[in-house]
Design a protein around this ligand. Structure first.
Ligand code: FEO
Length: 152
């Protein structure tokens, strides 16, 4: 069986217990598709963490940051679609948080591309803090709202 470099990195990260943090039950927003998306975002963050710990080159870091950015956009669009559909009252603020995250992630990606290794810790802290805050505060707020409207 042949493993791709990315698959190997992922396995190594799991074996070496190189997780920055793991999704736990108290992260659940009660809507399964959004919980699954959040798990994937955390998995990608842990992959970036593992790559940095293994001192991989910046191009490898940037490729996973790009993947995180793309996956985030897909997930954010999914949330926003449901918010529009059910006329969620905090849509505007929520969208603004999403946009800020993508913008900051893109800025950091560009700086890392210019060989700023010093930014690695800053990048991880930013992703971790943003995900925890956003999921636990802003996303958590819509859980009951969507549940009451039949979303699962
Ligand atoms: Fe799950 Fe608002 O991002």
């Amino acid at each position: 069986m042949q493993l791709t470099c990315r698959a190997l990195l992922y396995i190594l990260s799991m074996v070496a217990v190189m997780s920055l943090f793991e999704w736990k039950e108290n992260f659940s927003v009660k809507i399964s598709r959004f919980d699954e998306a959040h798990k994937k975002l955390i998995e990608l963050m842990n992959e970036i963490y593992a790559i940095i710990k293994m001192r991989k080159d910046n191009a490898t870091i940037v490729s996973v940051v790009e993947e995180l950015s793309e996956y985030s956009k897909t997930h954010f669009n999914d949330e926003v679609e449901q918010m529009i559909k059910f006329q969620y009252p905090y849509l505007k603020e929520h969208k603004e948080e999403h946009n800020q995250f993508i913008k900051e992630l893109d800025n950091m990606k560009e700086m890392i591309q210019r060989q700023s290794n010093l930014l690695n810790v800053q990048l991880l802290n930013f992703i971790k803090d943003w995900l925890i805050n956003h999921i636990m505060k802003s996303d958590m707020k819509y859980g009951q709202f969507f549940l009451d409207r039949g979303l699962k």
